[in-house]
Design a binder for this molecule. Structure first.
Ligand SMILES: Cc1cc2nc3c(=O)[nH]c(=O)nc-3n(C[C@H](O)[C@H](O)[C@H](O)COP(=O)(O)OP(=O)(O)OC[C@H]3O[C@@H](n4cnc5c(N)ncnc54)[C@H](O)[C@@H]3O)c2cc1C
Length: 381
């Protein structure tokens, strides 16, 4: 028999989990569906940590960060869990590098209280780093990391407490839409609802086709490694800021790293990878040994004391848009269907706010937050 809900959220990564939570908080009867087990490793949201910061490269993201931080604090208060760890954060670069210039300009225009450091000031204050002579740094004290999987589980637990039905290991196989509702089908069941929020990450394209939409999303497989650093005390959150080096090489674009949280090692990855594919079915999740060798060259040169034993490594997915901006919008013909995708490797820190915006769009058809960069129409000409 078909079960009915007020809203169905399709995909329980961080975006879907956050959306279910904010909808449930608004008194909505939510069904949250996930194809794999909750907190699985095949998508974008699993893991120990994701960077959160104010120092973005567009004013919209800085404004979003202002709202998102407050919502993370509220979630921590509500759940009693420590989800955000403040470490401070460095963007290190030669001064003329455009990506660095853009962040500095946006930080200044937004009135962020950052510090500007020379290479010798970086070395004195943070001796873990060996920047090249002539490199400079933007330091912001509120950068830090979110305990990623714990955030997803905090959202889903709270959503369930507020009445959400979560069903995992259940792929949605098709969606049927009408003027004022949707029916989603799994291999064994069907569910109806007035509202649908699609938060399917790298699997979005397959589902969008059934909603009459086609978006230029692609999948970027990424690899990350956790490396033992010595002495360990210098690489814990209290002493080791999040870092980004605005450089690129065989390992990818803009290597970054996050402090060792409880003996797992220092996380090192890059902001962008080296290839894209059109679907997650084309992804080889086997970690590349070559990438480890390449990223070690970066570590050896710029953060040498973190070049210890590889403690773990894995591959996971980014969902990319051509302009590297998100998609957060209502369906042009069916406003009760809301779509969020293409978070381009930087969505996690905004996920509180994105969840709230998606709940607003589903319930009221509008939001007080600026989503002008994230419209579907930019790809529908
Ligand atoms: C290695 C890595 C590092 C990152 N670092 C940062 C960072 O430092 N800071 C930051 O802000 N962001 C970062 N990001 C990006 C951030 O993690 C993502 O933007 C965010 O997790 C995207 O979440 P999502 O819910 O859209 O996607 P996902 O987590 O992939 O969730 C989508 C879910 O939908 C489910 N689904 C899909 N199709 C179906 C179906 N048919 N039926 C049922 N369920 C379905 C999937 O199984 C999946 O669980 C990083 C990402 C990666 C991979």
């Amino acid at each position: 028999m078909t079960q009915n809900f007020d809203a169905i959220v399709l995909g329980a990564g961080v975006m879907g989990s956050a959306t279910a939570y904010y909808l449930a908080k608004a008194g909505v009867r939510v069904l949250l569906l996930e194809q794999f087990e909750l907190n699985h490793q095949k998508g974008s949201s699993y893991g120990y940590s994701r960077v959160i910061r104010y120092t973005h490269d567009h004013p919209i993201y800085i404004n979003m960060a202002r709202a998102a931080y407050q919502l993370w604090f509220a979630l921590e208060d509500e759940t009693g869990e420590k989800l955000y760890v403040k470490t401070g954060g460095l963007d290190i670069s030669f001064p003329q590098q455009p990506t660095f210039q853009k962040r500095l300009k946006c930080a200044s225009e937004a009135g962020l209280e950052y510090e500007y450091l020379t290479d010798s000031e970086v070395c004195k204050r943070f001796p873990q780093f060996h920047p090249d002579e002539g490199m400079h740094a933007l330091y912001h004290p509120d950068t830090g990391y979110l305990r990623a999987s714990r955030c997803v589980l905090a959202f889903t637990r709270r959503a369930q407490t507020l009445g959400t039905t979560l069903i995992d290991q259940t792929p949605v196989t098709s969606i049927s839409k009408s003027e004022n509702g949707v029916t989603v089908f799994t291999t064994t069941e069907s569910y109806t609802a007035d509202l649908l929020v699609l938060t399917a990450g790298s699997w979005t394209n397959e589902l969008l086709a059934q909603l009459g939409l086609n978006l230029p999303l692609c999948v970027m497989p990424m690899q990350l490694g956790f490396f033992q650093a010595t002495p360990k005390s210098e690489f814990l959150a209290e002493r080791f800021p999040v870092f980004y080096f605005h450089i690129k090489d065989n390992y990818g674009d803009t290597p970054y790293g996050i402090a060792d949280d409880g003996g797992i090692g220092v996380k090192v990855s890059t902001c962008y990878g080296w290839e894209t594919v059109s679907s997650p079915t084309q992804v080889d999740y086997t970690p590349s040994q070559l990438w480890i060798e390449d990223i070690r060259q970066f570590i050896r040169r710029y953060v040498p004391s973190a070049n210890g034993q590889l403690m773990s490594t894995r591959r996971c997915l980014y969902t990319m848009t051509p302009d590297k901006h998100f998609i957060i919008d209502s369906h042009p013909d069916y406003p009760h269907i809301v779509i969020a995708a293409g978070f381009c490797g930087r969505g996690f820190n905004f996920s509180t706010l994105v969840g709230k915006i998606l709940a607003d769009l589903a319930l009221f058809g509008k939001t007080e937050h600026d989503t002008s960069l994230f419209k579907l129409s930019r790809f529908q000409q």
